[in-house]
Design a protein around this ligand. Sequence first.
Ligand SMILES: Cc1ncc(COP(=O)(O)O)c(C=O)c1O
Length: 436
Amino acid sequence: MTAAHPQPAPAAGSARSLSAAELAAVRADFPLLERTVRDGRPLVYLDTAATAQKPRAVLEAERHFYERTNAAVHRGAHQVAEEATEVYEAARAAVAGFVGADEDEIVWTKNATEALNLVSHGFLSATLDARLGRGESATSERFALAEGDEIVVTEAEHHANLVPWQQLAARTGATLRWIGLTDEGRLDPETFSVITERTRIVALTHASNVTGAISPVADVVAHARRVGAVVVLDACQSAAHLPLDVHGLDVDFAAFSGHKMLAPTGVGVLYGRRELLELLPPFITGGSMVEVVTMATTTFMPPPNRFEAGTQMVAQTVGMHAAVEYLHGVGMESFAAHEEELTRLLLDGIASVPGVRVLGPTDPVDRLAWWPSTSRGCTRTMWARCSTTPASPCAWDITVPSRCIGGSASTPRPEPQPASTPRLTRSRRSWRRWGV
Ligand SMILES: Cc1ncc(COP(=O)(O)O)c(C=O)c1O
């Protein structure tokens, strides 16, 4: 399945942005963008960081699967089941190729949140097993946590890459620490010293869903490697916007969601380094992930199937396959170049709007193309989506995919809470940092 639009030819040695004709062709691939909103105005959709619209190729792939190939995978002996298994595994291979992984290092999950929980629960199970004096010693060595161990996150995390680690720390007696942010919302290198000999896990976002700031992953990985910590990358925002190479980044785990990268909802991915997946205890147990089951005991399949219990989301993986082919067809480098150009234009333009201040990096390099901003005219609850009168500098649908600092494009931002938990304290500090 390839996108029905002209293929941009990247300039030698560097990607170029999309031409007007290519952009129009891309837009025409998305049926939802044909609709109008608010009294017949053309839809301008700027909430892709929350969830992306789907190109026809993805919709058709899913429909075709249900019309021609629908069956349970990895268990039927009939032809349709064999074909369903083939397309399920072909999707895995396509996603592996898209992110620079090997096929057996790609685990299907419901979304990025589940993928991150799969890893944190693996640590939890290994810890409980070790404390009960059972479990493989290699697993305990890698994943069992002891009191005094530390888990490092960053202040830029989405809840999906913060709460599971908070929970893991609370249940194991480990301590949660975090890398701070600069005033522009970038990871502050001066706080990388929180990674010490006690650090067992470093979990960080590749790109902030609030500011678009891209994390210096190589620097953080270098610190983590020095102390033998496992690195977990939340690639939820980067996977759809940047060429991603998980082996090149040298991370141990990476998580992302299909729905943010043109694929259907209900499918996500956990990348895991093969030797770690082999040692990681299963998360959800039941059918589809077992070898031999007696009334008393069970042996588990090797990865990735060990982590795919129950009836799999086959149609969604087929949609994911079509999505990565679509992204590949247009070219991730071209998307990235186009977004950088858009960022430049918007940052230049917005600087001249009275009363609007950009939150996050003002340099278009190493940041993705979304723009949290604040304006004097906007109340707290209107912070993310500034609906306004014509006289106001804010415009409809200049939105931010913001959750981390207490607001969201679609939900009112909560009023500051008493600083009774580290999370709330962080929100208050972040608001204060940016003066909103
Ligand atoms: C950076 C980041 N990580 C994780 C998530 C969680 O994604 P999902 O809700 O698809 O699991 C999001 C969603 O907005 C995100 O932006």
